[in-house]
Design a protein around this ligand. Structure first.
Ligand SMILES: Nc1nc2c(ncn2[C@@H]2O[C@H](COP(=O)(O)OP(=O)(O)OP(=O)(O)O)[C@@H](O)[C@H]2O)c(=O)[nH]1
Length: 334
């Protein structure tokens, strides 16, 4: 539970706001009934049920986009209804709602929802005691919305930047090992659900240390970026490349097995042999390839590909080694 809250920003916001709203609104709902205003009491109860429903939906399905939107609509509609039913005393509820929407949906959608809510309230004659009060309300609501918009925009921008820094390898621009773990787990879950075959390739540049030692790290870096460009140009859009560490990469190939996998690998090896170069000549690579077995864990899948790569290195480099389902190694002709 804490893991989900920590890793899913919107879920944590929905949970925090949902619980705050429940704690904040419940005493008012009770008070309305005690004071003999059942209409307002039922409005509060309706809002509370909507919030609880969105919260439960978010936790059960993980679909925080839809539940966030649902929650934003409920609180805006709720605030407008409270303003309509209670008049002046109910108007203040719109202000926390105007800020909250920016945490639940995209900034643009939040701005639209806020505008619609303020216009809806302004169209209810009984909600305001005078025209001056109505325009004062409209102005303050706009100021609050604009400030919340600027804050949410900056916040989202910074979050995206942080996410980029945490998941992308700065040298090559491909995803790093951290994102790889997530993607491999997602692939294994999808394979289990849909039966789609997945292949994993561990690729390691041969004698890379020599390139660095003789020509310097700058040349080594260029070889790494050239390798990534070549692989990306010669694989499908659905394939994903990750930097596993140093001069080692992992390529995740969905939807290939058997002979098509062999063809993909042979083509990739040829492309790299032909086009990957450093000032001292061509650069070769070794490959360990493993198909995801039925019910196999990601750890075992990676270990088999790693073992196959080790075998490729041990048996002369510049080779593709396929690991079969039972972790026995099948050396392919280079
Ligand atoms: N230029 C550059 N070098 C790196 C980077 N990351 C790791 N390396 C170097 O990669 C080299 C890896 O060397 P080894 O693990 O001995 O592998 P190798 O020389 O390729 O030998 P084999 O894999 O056995 O063929 C080391 O010299 C690291 O310093 C990087 O980002 N840029």
């Amino acid at each position: 539970m804490f893991h989900r809250l920590k890793n899913d920003f919107r879920l944590s916001i929905i949970t925090l706001l949902g619980i705050s709203a429940i704690i904040g609104i419940t005493p008012f709902a009770i008070l309305r009934f005690v004071e003999g205003n059942p209409l307002a009491g039922f409005v509060d109860l309706g809002i509370l049920s909507g919030i609880v429903g969105s919260l439960a939906y978010a936790w059960m399905t993980g679909d925080t986009e839809r539940s966030g939107l649902f929650l934003a609509i409920i609180i805006c509609a709720g605030a407008v209804t409270v303003g309509a039913v209670m008049g002046e005393a109910g108007l203040f509820w719109i202000f926390p709602c105007l800020v909250t929407t920016f945490f639940l949906v995209s900034s643009r959608l939040a701005a639209i929802l806020n505008l619609l809510s303020v216009l809806a309230l302004m169209s209810i004659e009984t909600a305001f005691s005078s025209t001056v009060q109505m325009w004062t309300f409209a102005t303050t609501a706009t100021v609050v919305s604009v400030c919340a918009y600027v804050f949410a925009y900056r916040n989202q921008d910074q979050r995206e930047r942080l996410e980029h820094l945490a998941t992308i390898d700065p040298l090559t621009g491909v995803k790093n090992r951290r994102s790889m773990d997530e993607e491999l787990n997602a692939a294994a879950a999808n394979a289990e659900r849909s039966g789609l075959p997945y292949a994993l390739v561990m690729l390691d540049i041969d004698h890379f240390k020599k390139i660095n030692d003789v020509y310097g790290h700058g040349v080594g870096d260029n070889v790494l970026t050239d390798l990534v460009a070549l692989i990306e140009r010669n694989t499908r859009k659905s394939d994903q490349l990750f930097r596993y560490g140093g001069e080692e990469f992992v390529l995740l190939l969905p939807g290939v097995d058997g002979s098509s996998l062999q063809a993909v690998m042979n083509n990739l090896q040829q492309v790299l042999r032909r086009h990957l170069k450093y000032p001292g000549g061509p650069v070769t690579s070794s490959f360990g390839v493993a198909l995801l077995g039925h019910g196999e864990s990601v750890e075992s899948w990676l270990a088999r590909a790693d073992e196959a790569l080790y075998h490729a290195k041990e048996t002369g480099r510049d080779r593709i080694v396929f690991a079969d389902k039972n972790t026995q190694l099948l050396a392919e002709p280079a």
